[in-house]
Ligand binder design. Structure first.
Ligand code: RB5
Length: 156
């Protein structure tokens, strides 16, 4: 596993998987910043933690992992923030392409769909992949950034 810094957050549905993945990443030499929640609260709201992680990702030019029940709510919330390119990965193929093809700087995981061991493999593949530096994938990533500059989406 490469030496990288990860900001990680979840809601209640992702709370246990966040703990599992944090330990896993730390045991592989990754520096993990846990942006919460600190305790299990069945009434917490995923956009709160999406914002915390994404702010830290943007400030530190780091990578982020967000976990909710399906990954989808976190994904939608994260992509409201300019400079964040978040994708859900369900399996090994989408883990790699999320980074290589789409340049995702935030990985969203589905705790109610993806088993812990599969989540570990997904995270590991995503962290070991690098965004395309040339060719069609870079062209597409750059087109998304152009859309962003034209205010197709806005951050608060
Ligand atoms: C919480 O019950 C659930 O809705 C949330 O974790 C997430 O799956 C939303 O996308």
């Amino acid at each position: 596993m490469p030496r990288k810094v990860i900001h990680i957050g979840s809601d209640h549905a992702g709370f246990e998987l966040k703990r599992t993945l944090s330990s896993y990443l730390e045991s592989h030499g990754v520096t993990v910043h846990d942006d919460g929640p600190r305790e299990y609260d069945p009434d917490d709201d995923y956009p709160v933690y999406a914002q915390r992680v994404c702010r830290d990702v943007l400030a530190g030019k780091a990578l982020g992992i967000l976990i909710c029940g399906t990954g989808q709510g976190m994904d939608i919330a994260a992509n409201k923030m300019k400079g964040i390119y978040a994708t859900v990965a369900w399996d090994e193929k989408t883990a790699t392409t999320a980074r290589e093809h789409d340049g995702a700087n935030v990985l969203c995981l589905a705790s109610r769909v993806t088993k812990p061991d599969a989540a570990k493999r997904i995270v590991s593949l995503w962290l070991n992949a690098e965004p395309a530096r040339a060719g069609r994938h870079l062209r597409r990533i750059n087109e998304i950034k152009r859309m962003e500059r034209q205010n197709f989406k806005r951050a608060r």
